[in-house]
Design a protein around this ligand. Structure first.
Ligand code: 13P
Length: 248
């Protein structure tokens, strides 16, 4: 059985006071307790690892460069993220793909860099609004998945996050039917490519997940958790999402 994961992506938000609040996040007890991950800005990683030391929260980065080191002003390598004590890194977020023109090939190289540093890679994919309205939505997402994902993925090294771009920060969410159809397609593709290992790779939904809609989203068989932006910034919003996942 796949262990569920509640992951918070703080994006370009966060300060020392927010890190202190991490200590208040609770892992619901029992066998179905989700993994909890917070991905703060890279400047806060060291402090975040220290602040979460005696808590159930793990810490991850939001992006890494594909190279091990070199002349890449402003970037951080996967090994640098690992050295902070973090255990995971998000790659291929649509805001990185959009703001920094990252291609599927770039993202694939970043997943490989994450693996090289022994980090869990959380690989984001998702369609634009125009792509959602067209007839080839699933084919477009499948092509993005195939091209961004290196060979050799396992449930221990890779998590997929399906995040429709039009649902991020908008308060709009796909219908449950659309989420089910997309996650089932991703699962089928993972199993085709990786065999039984594909069944152990977790698939998160992301895009306007809130306490009010989380429980319904988590009813889908192939939704193994959420990648949460805005609602991960406050314990009062993120804790009910964690609890809904534990109850699913
Ligand atoms: P929101 O939850 O704010 O829509 O952001 C989702 C997201 O982009 C997480 O990576």
């Amino acid at each position: 059985m796949r262990r569920t994961l509640a992951a918070g992506n703080w994006k370009m938000n966060g300060d020392a006071a927010m890190l202190e609040a991490l200590g208040h996040l609770q892992a619901p007890g029992g066998d179905s307790a989700p993994d909890i991950l917070i991905c703060p800005p890279s400047t806060l990683l060291v402090q975040a690892v220290a602040a979460s030391k005696d808590s159930p929260v793990s810490i991850g980065g939001q992006d890494c460069h594909s190279a091990e080191s070199g002349a890449h002003t402003g970037d951080v390598s996967a090994a640098m993220i690992k050295a902070t004590g973090a255990s995971a890194v998000i790659v291929g977020h649509s805001e990185r793909r959009g703001d920094h023109a990252e291609t599927n090939a770039d993202v694939r190289a970043k997943v490989e860099a994450a693996w090289g540093a022994d980090l869990l890679a959380i690989l984001c994919i998702g369609e634009s609004e125009v792509e959602r309205m067209g007839p080839d939505t699933l084919d477009i997402i499948a092509a993005q998945l195939d091209a961004s994902m290196p060979d050799g993925a396992t449930g221990e090294t890779l998590v997929i996050a399906y995040e429709p771009i039009w649902a991020i920060g908008t308060g709009r969410v796909p219908t449950l039917e659309q989420i089910v159809e997309t996650h089932d397609m991703i699962r089928a593709r993972l199993v085709t490519r990786f065999g039984s290992e594909g069944d152990s790779i977790r698939i998160l939904y992301g895009g306007s997940v809130k306490p009010s809609n989380a429980a319904e989203i988590f009813t889908a068989e192939n939704v193994d958790g959420a990648l949460v932006g805005g609602a991960s910034l406050k314990v009062a919003d993120f804790q009910p999402i964690i609890d809904a996942l534990a109850a699913s």
